[in-house]
Design a protein around this ligand. Structure first.
Ligand SMILES: NC(=O)c1ccc[n+]([C@@H]2O[C@H](COP(=O)([O-])OP(=O)(O)OC[C@H]3O[C@@H](n4cnc5c(N)ncnc54)[C@H](O)[C@@H]3O)[C@@H](O)[C@H]2O)c1
Length: 309
């Protein structure tokens, strides 16, 4: 039987992710949204495209959660994106309400699924989705680190004029302004970045990575980035469906790793059919640990605020 991916929220990120999944031929897609007609219209459009992509995947659109039943992967992109001048954290209250509804319904109908939360502020929404769903914490993940790392790789590759494919970099911590791009561990085909680019310039590239989302929001004026976010979500979906055991930076539930408990944070995760199958612990310097902890404290504060409402 073909795999099934349900995407909750048929907006920019959701619909673009649906396109990538369908085009890959990996799975059928159920697109859900509260807006009437939108998921149905986009699903029909995507299904018509499938014949031109030479794949046998199909897409359904619905305003009824029943359509999402028995999914292998559930992707949550429902909610509101940023407008210019807004931080991801400004979306807290509006999106927390959305996520509580979504997580309860999808967990009831697809108890075996791996859930990927995308809605911002993502680490907080991932925690809420896990709490509300009652799912095993290894089956709930947040997408942020794959996107942030791809932005870092892009900026470095533009600087050096090399292909981003040959650039290895990882961004840890929360998916917010306090994210932790690990420049120390970045390499170009094995050559340390720090031996190729000066310290001050690296600091600028790290700064641009931290503001990577805001840079696009300020250009678009309405809405936020979706092509690279969808590509990052697709990388996680395929690692899960193909049981690839890839090591990708994802927001995962920590039970003491990196000295942190009861929080979803961006860390290197081994991704497979069961979700976050393993968390890898990198040796961090004292400064990196401080940055990681600061980012964790900011996430915890927002979780407390959201759950107090
Ligand atoms: N984690 C990341 O790296 C990352 C990257 C990009 C965007 N995002 C976040 O993803 C979210 C979606 O972004 P977008 O650009 O697709 O926004 P969008 O406005 O284009 O789409 C959001 C969709 O959610 C729907 N929606 C609202 N409430 C709903 C509910 N209760 N149930 C189902 N659907 C509902 C809306 O009708 C809309 O179609 C935002 O919160 C954005 O900040 C996160």
């Amino acid at each position: 039987m073909k795999a099934k991916v349900s995407i909750i929220g048929a907006g920019n990120v959701g619909a673009t992710t649906a396109q990538l999944v369908l085009q890959s031929g990996l799975a059928d897609v159920a697109l859900f949204d509260v807006a009437e007609g939108i998921p149905q219209g986009k699903a029909l459009d995507l299904t018509e495209a499938a014949s031109l992509w030479n794949v046998s995947t199909s897409c359904t659109g619905a305003n009824d959660y029943a359509e999402t039943a028995d999914s292998d992967v559930v992707v949550v992109t429902a909610g509101f994106p940023r407008k210019p001048g807004m931080s991801r954290d400004d979306l807290l209250q509006a999106n927390a309400g959305v996520i509580k509804d979504v997580a309860a319904e999808t967990a009831r109908l697809s108890p075996r699924a791996v859930t990927i939360v995308v809605t911002n502020p993502m680490d907080v929404m991932t925690y809420i989705a896990w709490k509300v769903s009652g799912l095993n914490h290894r089956r709930v993940l947040g997408m942020g680190g794959v996107l942030d790392s791809s932005r870092f790789r892009t900026f470095v590759s533009l600087e050096l004029g090399v292909s981003p494919r040959d650039m290895e970099a990882i961004v840890l911590g929360g998916h917010g302004d306090l994210m932790v791009p690990l420049a120390r561990l970045a390499t170009v085909k094995g050559v340390p970045l720090e031996s190729l680019v000066g310290k001050d310039r690296i600091a600028e590239l790290v700064g641009r990575t931290r503001q990577g989302g805001a840079e696009i929001v300020s250009l678009l004026k309405t809405g936020s980035a979706y092509y690279a976010p969808a590509a990052a979500i697709f990388e996680m979906i395929s690692a899960i469906l193909l049981d690839e055991k890839r090591i990708l930076p994802c927001s995962a539930y920590l039970t003491g790793e990196y000295g942190i408990e009861d929080l979803f944070m961006g860390v290197p995760v081994m991704l497979g059919r069961k979700g976050a199958e393993k968390i890898l612990e990198l040796e961090l310097t004292e400064d990196e640990k401080k940055e990681f902890n600061r980012s964790g404290a900011a996430t915890r504060e927002l979780i407390n605020k959201a759950l107090a409402e």
